[in-house]
Ligand binder design. Structure first.
Ligand code: GTP
Ligand code: NA
Ligand code: MG
Length: 430
């Protein structure tokens, strides 16, 4: 192999689609884990990155007997939420990726967030593969655990095959209505012009080998320039979150370059072994509470001017801060991650909800947060409220809130907070 082939970074693949199409379950199926069942209401509320090393991909795809060699060191897959509140997270995920998996439920076809995801991908000119998921739900489906799809299809009855083809044809038509040509991947003669569809089941694993192989083959064949490994660090903050016992941590995606133990990132230090792109990394350090999701991480080289780098870093931050409205009277909102805080703010701002926000915060609710909320008691009583999303409330904070008359609503699903708050307001009015 020539030098360039030998030194590719791992492609970054983002998994997108409408709520409950099986994005997280597909990842679970590839990983052999069960994250999805641990999620509140089964809804993904953050983006998470998972790295699949080439050995795993080789193992999962061996039944396909592909002779093509794996040139990429692995695949980094980023999960995104499908619920409509999380447009910003979908957007952040799609902005990072080299390729995407667009998941469509074979029983439901294209839905609003499928189309929103499609538009994000079109806008960025990102290529994608359609995972036509939940094929096992076709009536009479015979499971062929983790088998390639062509082999699986041959095992199915004529009725199942007929039902599959009928639904497939409908969905291809729906894509056409969005201006896109799609075709079953093994019939697709013009990859790139026509987008490939891979039928999958995240429950019984059919089609997973095909999906993995196609992702790897397509990226290493058509994206060599983009995937060329470079020394220059390119790194994006995915999520800022408070982890009990660790303080603020950041989840970052290292898109290119290598991070070394002791590298100085702006304002702080990394304590980590050397890591080569692409990878998802959790960083624990001091001062991270000021990190902003969606921004770049800068590594300070020995010849760099720290002030210049700080200035570049601030440009990213300014645009994000301007999205957070802190003026006037309103409730306090508190969330576990900056991403979920953004989603919550977006939701509260929507016309149907329209709840003003005066204070925002990340992490558990402490006494100081209750004190901030109590300021509203004299201005507008109903706003002396903390909407706490996916965070704990300390006993001291709870005690103070009860004494002071500050309301704390806790939920681990965003719109449940609204239901509770609305019931409270309606009650006050009576
Ligand atoms: P959000 O993150 O909330 O947008 O959902 P998601 O797209 O990640 O879907 P999730 O993985 O949470 O799956 C939703 C539901 O569909 C769960 O009950 C899964 O068990 C189920 N499911 C997912 N994939 C399959 C599949 O291939 N077959 C069947 N029968 N059920 C599936
Ligand atoms: Na879900
Ligand atoms: Mg999910």
């Amino acid at each position: 192999p020539n030098q360039s082939e030998a030194n590719l970074r791992s492609p970054i693949c983002c998994i997108m689609g409408h709520v409950d199409t099986g994005k997280t379950k597909l990842l679970d199926c590839i990983r052999g884990t069960n994250v999805q069942e641990g999620e509140a209401g089964g809804i993904t509320q953050q983006i998470g990155a998972t790295y699949f090393p080439a050995e795993n991909i080789r193992e999962r795809t061996k039944e396909l007997k592909a002779d093509a060699k794996l040139k990429v060191p692995g695949l980094l897959v980023i999960d995104t939420p499908g619920h409509e509140s999380f447009t910003n997270l979908r957007s952040r995920g799609s902005g990072l990726c080299d390729i995407a998996i667009l998941v469509v439920d074979i029983m439901h076809g294209l839905k609003p967030q499928t189309i929103e995801s499609l538009n994000l991908l079109k806008m960025r000119n990102t290529k994608f593969i359609v995972a036509l998921n939940k094929v096992d739900r076709l009536y009479g489906w015979k499971a062929c655990r983790n088998a390639p799809i062509v082999k699986t299809m041959k095992q199915q009855s004529k009725d199942v095959q007929h039902e599959f083809n009928r639904r497939l044809t409908d969905i291809i038509t729906q894509f056409k209505e969005q201006g896109l040509n799609t075709e079953l991947y093994y019939k697709n003669k013009e990859m790139g012009e026509t987008f490939s569809i891979v039928p999958t089941s995240a429950i019984s694993g059919e089609g997973i080998p095909d999906l993995l192989l196609l992702l790897v083959q397509w990226t290493q064949k058509t994206m060599v320039d983009k995937l060329m490994y470079r020394n220059e660090v390119q790194c994006t903050v995915l999520e800022v979150k408070v982890v009990e016992g660790h303080g603020t941590t950041i989840d970052v995606v290292l898109v290119n370059g290598v991070l070394h133990e002791g590298d100085q990132i702006v304002g702080t230090y990394l304590h980590h072994k050397e890591i080569k792109a692409a990878q998802g990394i959790k960083i624990t350090a001091q001062g991270l509470e000021h990190a902003i999701a969606g921004t770049s991480l800068y590594v300070v080289g020995s010849h760099d001017d720290l002030e210049d780098i700080k200035e570049s870093a601030m440009e990213d931050v300014q645009s994000l801060l301007s999205r957070i409205d802190k003026s006037g009277e309103g409730v306090c909102v508190q969330a576990s991650t900056l991403g979920s805080l953004e989603a919550l703010l977006e939701f509260l701002k929507s016309p149907a909800v329209s709840i003003p926000v005066s204070v925002i915060s990340i992490g558990p609710v402490h006494k100081k947060d209750v004190m901030k909320a109590s300021v509203m008691l004299e201005k507008k009583r109903e706003f002396a409220t903390i909407l706490a999303f996916d965070v704990k409330v300390t006993p001291e904070a709870r005690e103070l809130a009860d004494k002071a008359g500050v309301k704390i609503f806790i939920a681990d699903i965003i719109y449940h907070l609204f239901d509770q708050f609305k019931a409270y307001i309606d009650n006050l009015k009576e």
